[in-house]
Design a protein around this ligand. Structure first.
Ligand code: F6R
Length: 240
């Protein structure tokens, strides 16, 4: 793992945005794997600015890591809506090239299978960005998720529901299930960037980078991947 420690959130966002720009510049038809959440908001903002200055997304394809079960794409807390707002509407990406699992599909298992197929048809993910949960989840692969898992319906843990309730009017409104790319789907990406900021992520980052590789710390699986860059601010790096 290549660990880059930067001063603060803004530097983290810049570092990651530059790496994404490098990927798109080198391979204009790149396939990107994308997270939602608070951490990458700054990265997406910078990518939108880069797009305005000419970074071309017209041949880029994206696959999001996850989506809540039960929320349609026009629900303000859905991950499709988040992506539209934070990135897709601001760059010249083709809507047809943006994939987010459909959380209201009538057959969720078929949706998961089709999602994996679409990733394969696109040639696999060139660059996967990942956030990390305080319990070290990646995507919604919670502690205990087997390393062989592919895209599937998962139950969210209490701690994840609690953490995500900040985005909803009340805790009762937070969905309890999601579709998530699996551990194996993530590990199949050619390159991975894990980004984290803030002291709340310090223990998760320590366990992921320095701890044993175990299903109890989902992000620790990344130690087994040949091309992972971890970009963290000083607070998130404080236990390294
Ligand atoms: C979201 C996702 C999650 C988040 C993680 C961190 O698509 O896959 O694993 O990356 O929960 O979320 P934030 O960035 O809000 O702390």
């Amino acid at each position: 793992m290549n660990v880059i420690v930067v001063n603060n959130y803004d530097r983290m966002s810049e570092e990651v945005a530059k790496l994404v720009r490098g990927q798109i510049t080198e391979k204009p038809d790149s396939v990107l794997g994308l997270p939602t959440g608070g951490t990458p908001v700054g990265v997406y903002g910078l990518l939108v600015e880069m797009g305005k200055r000419g970074l071309d997304f017209s041949r880029v394809t994206t696959f999001n890591l996850d989506e809540y079960v039960g929320l349609a794409g026009d629900h303000p807390q859905s991950y499709r809506y988040y992506m539209q707002t934070n990135l897709f509407s601001g760059v010249n990406i083709k809507a047809a090239n943006t994939f987010v699992p459909n959380g209201v599909a009538s057959d969720l298992d078929a949706e998961c299978e089709a999602y994996e197929k679409r990733i394969k048809q696109a040639g696999g993910i060139d660059l996967q960005l990942l956030g990390i949960g305080t319990n070290a989840h990646i995507g919604f692969n919670e502690p205990g998720a087997e390393f062989g898992t592919m895209t599937r319906v998962v139950d969210l843990t209490e701690s994840t529901i609690e953490a995500n309730s900040r985005f909803f009017a009340s805790r009762a409104e937070v969905p309890t299930k999601a579709i998530s790319m699996g551990m194996k789907s993530i590990m199949q990406a050619k390159n991975i960037i894990l980004l984290a900021n803030g002291g709340g992520k310090a223990e998760a980052i320590r366990a992921a980078v320095l701890g044993p590789v175990t299903v109890d710390v989902p992000a620790s699986v990344l130690q087994l991947h040949p091309s992972v860059t971890v970009v963290v601010d000083q607070a998130a790096a404080s236990k390294l």
